[in-house]
Design a protein around this ligand. Structure first.
Ligand SMILES: NC(=O)c1ccc[n+]([C@@H]2O[C@H](COP(=O)([O-])OP(=O)(O)OC[C@H]3O[C@@H](n4cnc5c(N)ncnc54)[C@H](OP(=O)(O)O)[C@@H]3O)[C@@H](O)[C@H]2O)c1
Length: 317
């Protein structure tokens, strides 16, 4: 039997990368006996969570409602939201749904209006709705729309909501705005420029907003999530590297709500940020090598090419 040495070496290289990245991902938490519980932080408070019809937002909504929060959940898919609300209420929790499309100015306005009229300003706003695209620049020459649509939801959807809700949240003198950012804004992975660009832009706005609202008691927390096993990440074909469960991401978001830091990162994010600071040239060459070894993004399933889908984070060509 002939052994293909090239393929075997490439396989070994993938395995090594998978082991290293999996070892580095997951929340970093030092033991702290004085750490408040999630219930201490959210019981009786209103938490607005965007992108709650699936994945991380759904998991977080269930978690905060279980801890006594009033969870107001929003996304485009009404049936999924209604099911989540029923599940939460079935367990004795408190939840309400507002359907909204955050890719339009009207959708943002409607959500903000409904929220303020029906529930008042949230104590915690979780900007979690998002979509992802992985595509190298050499395949993007005529695809400005990839950058526009990631910006529309990930950046303008979140910024629009912040602008509308912040004045009332400032009045509370103790509010938090938390976002599902990406480890990519610390590590700059190749082929994710449209996605990471939109997340990094929101991170920058949050940093400045945190400075301007410091004396109003509004905390801005960016949670730099690693790759999580949700519908969004499924089309990327990169699961072998970092197949982390939704609970890991929810744990990181909960950590952000409990400790209220500026940033929540895992070891991968911390290592990425430091390496980019200390040895940016080395990191650039290493990531260039990774770029050439990344498997191509799988082609979209045939139905996605012929039928418009309600789920914008599905492969969209
Ligand atoms: N999964 C990962 O590897 C990963 C890593 C880092 C960061 N994140 C971030 O985590 C967040 C949640 O993603 P997920 O992994 O949980 O994926 P997901 O299960 O696909 O959830 C995405 C959510 O965003 C909502 N959404 C998408 N477009 C929207 C729009 N135009 N208007 C309103 N809601 C919209 C979706 O609801 P509808 O389709 O019902 O509208 C869905 O609830 C995203 O911001 C993502 O960028 C994810």
């Amino acid at each position: 039997m002939m052994i293909d040495t090239g393929k075997a070496l490439q396989r070994a290289e993938f395995e090594l990368m998978r082991l290293v990245s999996n070892a580095l991902t997951g929340p970093v938490r030092l033991p702290n006996p004085f750490r408040p519980s999630l219930r201490d932080q959210v019981a009786g408070k209103t938490v607005l969570i965007t992108g709650a019809s699936s994945g991380i937002g759904r998991g977080l909504a269930a978690r905060v409602a279980e801890a006594g929060a009033i969870a107001v959940v929003t996304a485009r898919r009404t049936a999924e939201l209604d099911q989540l609300v029923a599940e939460i209420r079935g367990k004795g929790g408190s939840a309400f749904a507002i359907t909204s499309d955050l890719s339009t100015a009207e959708g943002i306005e409607k959500l903000a209006d409904d929220m303020l009229v029906e529930f008042g300003a949230p104590d915690i706003l979780v900007n979690n709705a998002g979509r992802s695209i992985r595509r190298p620049l050499n395949r993007s020459a005529e695809r400005l729309h990839d950058f526009e649509r990631t910006m529309r939801v990930n950046y303008f959807g979140a910024v629009g909501l912040i602008l509308r809700l912040l004045p009332d949240m400032r009045e509370k003198k103790a509010a938090q705005i938390i976002t599902s950012s990406s480890v990519g804004t610390l590590t700059y992975p190749p082929q994710f420029s449209a996605y990471v660009g939109s997340k990094a832009a929101l991170d920058a706005v949050m940093r400045i907003a945190a400075i301007e609202t410091l004396s109003d008691g509004v905390v801005f927390t960016k949670v730099h999530l690693p790759m999580i096993d949700t519908a969004m990440a499924a089309p990327e074909g990169l699961h072998a590297y970092t197949k982390l469960p939704v609970d890991t991401a929810v744990d990181m978001m909960v950590d952000g709500i409990i400790r209220r830091p500026d940033d929540v990162q895992d070891l991968l994010g911390i290592a990425g940020a430091w390496l980019n600071l200390l040895a940016p040239g080395l990191v650039k060459h290493a990531l260039h090598a990774v770029h050439h070894r990344m498997p191509p993004r799988p082609a979209p399933a045939p139905q996605h090419r012929t039928q418009p889908t309600a789920r914008a984070h599905q492969p969209a060509d």
